[in-house]
Design a protein around this ligand. Structure first.
Ligand SMILES: Cc1cc2nc3c(=O)[nH]c(=O)nc-3n(C[C@H](O)[C@H](O)[C@H](O)COP(=O)(O)O)c2cc1C
Ligand SMILES: O=C(O)C(=O)c1ccccc1
Length: 390
């Protein structure tokens, strides 16, 4: 099997005949190109964060405070980037984070399907958002042999929540991720300045509009009165009263692995595991929800230590490179999810753009493992990192 890093040699060889890669090779260039092709509203929504966007910048900057320690002659000629999660061996430690507007990041409005196809092509699992342009059943149908997880925003309506979980199970998703950091929408000055919130225009609400429980709550079907349907969505979305007391009920809804997303405090992680949750997803939502927060990376070691090695910890927020992936793994993540990078890959190059972003992340991670002498993910422990002196 070729190593992921071998991808670079093809690019250099093409260069001998004057061909350069069409797709960007850096995150900065990817974002620049995405801004050019996306509408003002979608760009603002995807790129923007909460408040001053300090948490968002801090998420990325936090990675630079750690340095990998290279080891020589460590037998890293072949690297194994696979990880095991909930009994399944995954080819890489990457996941596609749930991105609620991924559908409209694609030119044709079917970005959820393109993402699922990229997952099918790469073996990188997709975590499908509750907020998709195409219903979850259609998304799942594109995943091929690659696992898909369903991300649940539990509406403040138990019957509807139950219907979503039932549908996700039936569609073939193999885990449920309940997001807890977005029980109400954060303060997002960019979107406020242009008075734009895509879901209120009826976008990305396919799971609601196709749901029998949701439809039963409407006087007219969404096809006839989309405004009223979007209004009902807004009424049902916020769920600030959700509490630890609801966790046994959430747990009872499925026998699939259940993960809680947005957990950053060790006590919350422990409490979740004590309540029967199978995995913790450490994230601050890419800095989109609360400004003034700790970088998510700084929360990761505490969360990982609190739950122990037998409970998978997924990490996201600020991952922009293959090296970032390795640092998160070394700080205790079992697997690492990417958000904005693949949304921009999709905007710039469709399904192939997502695959390109994943290929670049994996190539850099793989080559760094080769050069620094860490042949397997399991070799990347805390002692692979040192704090950078300031
Ligand atoms: C445009 C956008 C939409 C998102 N929608 C969801 C969502 O529907 N559900 C969810 O749990 N997280 C959502 N997230 C958060 C991501 O899952 C992830 O936590 C975040 O993007 C990680 O930060 P990063 O983009 O800086 O890598 C969204 C993120 C973005 C950028
Ligand atoms: O924008 C988001 O990050 C997100 O996940 C979301 C989805 C619906 C309502 C509010 C926020």
């Amino acid at each position: 099997m070729p190593n992921h890093g071998d991808f670079q040699f093809g690019i250099y060889l093409d260069g001998l005949s004057g061909t350069r890669p069409e797709l960007p090779m850096t995150y900065a260039e990817l974002a620049r190109r995405a801004e050019r092709v996306m509408s003002e509203q979608v760009w603002s929504y995807v790129e923007g964060g909460a408040g001053s966007e300090g948490t968002q910048r801090g998420n990325v900057a936090a990675f630079d405070r750690w340095g990998l320690v290279p080891r020589m002659l460590a037998g890293a000629a072949e690297r194994d980037l696979s990880v095991e999660l909930f009994g399944a061996r995954l080819p890489t430690p990457l996941l596609l984070a749930p991105v609620g507007v991924i559908g409209i990041c694609a030119e044709d409005g079917h970005g959820d399907l393109a993402t699922a196809r990229a997952a099918a092509a790469t073996g990188v699992p997709m975590i499908a958002s509750t907020l998709t342009q195409d219903p979850m059943e259609d998304v799942a149908a594109q995943l091929g042999a690659t696992p898909g997880w369903f991300q649940l925003y539990p509406p403040n309506d138990r019957e509807l929540t139950e219907s979503f979980v039932r549908r996700a199970e039936k569609a073939g998703f193999s885990a449920i991720v309940v997001t807890l950091d977005t029980l109400t929408l954060g303060w997002r000055p960019r979107d406020l300045a242009i008075a734009s919130f895509p879901q209120l225009r009826g976008l990305c609400l396919a799971n609601y509009f196709t749901d029998p429980v949701f439809r039963a709550r409407l006087a007219a079907p969404p096809e006839e009165d989309p405004q009223a349907a979007a209004g009902l969505w807004a009424m049902l979305f916020g769920n600030q009263r959700l509490s630890w007391d609801d966790l046994p009920w959430l747990r009872s809804l499925t026998s699939l692995p259940l993960l809680l997303k947005g957990v950053c405090h060790p006590d919350d992680a422990r409490r979740a595991v004590d309540a029967g949750v199978d995995g913790i997803y450490c994230s601050n939502h890419g800095g989109r929800q609360a400004d003034g927060g700790l970088p998510a990376l700084d929360c990761l070691p505490g969360v990982a230590d609190a739950v122990g090695a037998h409970v998978p910890v997924i990490f996201d927020s600020g991952v922009r490179s293959g090296v970032h992936v390795l640092k998160a793994l070394a700080l205790g993540a079992s697997a690492v999810a990417v958000g904005r990078p693949y949304a921009y890959g999709l905007a710039v190059g469709g399904q192939a753009g997502i695959e390109h972003v994943l290929r670049c992340l994996l190539a850099e991670a793989d080559l760094t493992m080769a050069i620094d002498g860490y042949p397997r993910i399991a070799d990347l422990g805390r002692d692979a990192l040192r704090p950078v002196a300031r």
